[in-house]
Design a protein around this ligand. Sequence first.
Ligand code: 5GP
Ligand code: MN
Length: 338
Amino acid sequence: MFKAKDLEKLKSLLSEPRQIVILSHKNPDGDAIGSALGLYHYLIQLKHKVTVIVPDAFPEFLAWMPDSSKILFYEESQKKCITKINEAEIIFCVDFNSLNRVGDMDEPVRLSTVPKILIDHHPQPENFATLVNSDIKASSTAQMIFETIIQLNHKKKINKKVANCLYAGIMTDTGSFRFPSTKSETHRIAADLIEAGADNFSIHDNIYDQNSESRMRLLGYCLSEKLKIFEEFSTAYFTLSKDELQRFNYQKGDTEGVVNYALSIKGIKFAAIFKENEENIRISFRSKGKFSVNDFARKHFNGGGHVNAAGGNSELSLDETISKFVSLLPEYRKDLSS
Ligand code: 5GP
Ligand code: MN
């Protein structure tokens, strides 16, 4: 929630039509795109001119979201994005809390002197925004966008488009309402969104049940050939090389969720997937219980995230990255066995 004073400032900022930029993070997921577009569809009703910018492309399974085709990718249209950032009178930052999450866009954003409004649920926010709404207990940023619209007394502005986007953000970040961050309030908000027109079945179907054959075969390959288990450390992980990804015609988002299969094994508390990119090794970490993958990713793999879901990066080769990972496990024996 915004504090009363900040809420008044936000109300006053939004009281006349403005040029607004909404930013979200690299490798945008359902909550990044859902929050940004949900906020977009709310703000355009107040006659603001709004542009959503993210550092790079989002997976195809999010393309159904209304006006997703209007989103600008910094990677593809740097000049246009910089112009939009420079012309903005307000910048919203949603679903991230440190500027390194927007990649090379951090510089124009840092240089901009207009009010920056942060709405986010990740721990340890960096101090770069003018107004901060940080709630690490929130299931998702989309939930916080909903709460913000309510705080602004605009429940009636939650139309079908806003509702579809926000529902998608909440659904994806809660693993379809199953992670511990799912509270009764989360379900109440989901219910309000369905009443406001969110088509819950279609959202789920569009996101989870429109897979390509090659994506399913890649998942099958991971499960049957690539799963490694270290029972001693309650840990399981997958690795995928560039060649393997190519073999399965890898498209952005195809490995989303794969890491959860490793975590779904009885007794496993820590899971990871290591993916070889053009530039580096991209890692997703997941955990159950107290073991903080946010701390682990920050400390060892130049990343971060939440206690139970985080990402990281490695500049080493895939083999070297795995060796480093495996050699770290004994250090965490106690945390992983309790
Ligand atoms: P994923 O593994 O799905 O890419 O990311 C899991 C969670 O960690 C998401 O909430 C995402 O925003 C966050 N995250 C992913 N990569 C990074 C990173 O490099 N740094 C930080 N601070 N957070 C990350
Ligand atoms: Mn999120």
